[in-house]
Design a protein around this ligand. Sequence first.
Ligand code: SF4
Length: 286
Amino acid sequence: MSKDEEITKNGQRRQDGTIAYSSETEGKRGIIFPSPIFGPVHSRRLGVSLGVNLLPGDGKVCSFDCIYCECGYNKSFPPHQKLPTRTEVRQALRAKLQEMKAVGPNPDVITFAGNGEPTVHPRFADIIHDTIALRDEFFPEAKISVLCNSTRILREDVFNALLKVDNNILKLDTIDMDYIRMVDRPLSPRFSVEKIIERMMEFGNRCIVQTMFLKGTHNGRDVSNVSDKFVLPWIDAIQRIQPSEVMIYTIDRTTPSPLLEKATPAELDNIADRVQSLGIPCQVSY
Ligand code: SF4
């Protein structure tokens, strides 16, 4: 069996190169992205987005293990391949940008996302440096976005690299540590949301805060974070951070935990109104 066939065992390779797993019996549900480059994908919100995946192409690596993660649970997709090297990322990105320059489409954004948390890559800062140079060479008008779960922003190299990108998008689902342990599930027992908020305050308007709102149950426990109990302290944190923008969203695809539910448009709009009343723009994805 070839490597490719092994990867696709029980999964379905889609046109965009991602592999969707949906085996409910194994609890193995999620989407695994090619590495180190995937797409481009077209979205109404971002335009043409070229993906950079700094994690292995056959599994997931993340410092959180969110119950709503579209890649599935960490334990369901242990990688066998290594992280792509800095050189592999640079060469693959150069080749893809060259191809897009020749035959289109032009990227609106180069987005660091994929099979987990991009900042766990030990050469993350160097790769951001390379990506800025390649962006400037091929498509200087394109933006660079990083979707980051915030766990590693206390590191100086990660902090300084994130300051250099156009869209530094940092996760903050709540400020309630019990909820974080139940829903985001940080791997490190030392994770402290207060320290993360203090670091976000140092970014200030050089970060965008991204928050997942959801409802339903997980292992018999209520996981709703749309009530005032969660929203009011979260709003206080947003006020302290003063980000350039807030993005709120809800679950969109199949989640590894099966009984999660979407927050309603009215609930999301209500939360967005409260953010906007602080004078901070808030983008909602329903
Ligand atoms: S932080 Fe992102 S990649 Fe990591 S488990 Fe959560 S949703 Fe998945």
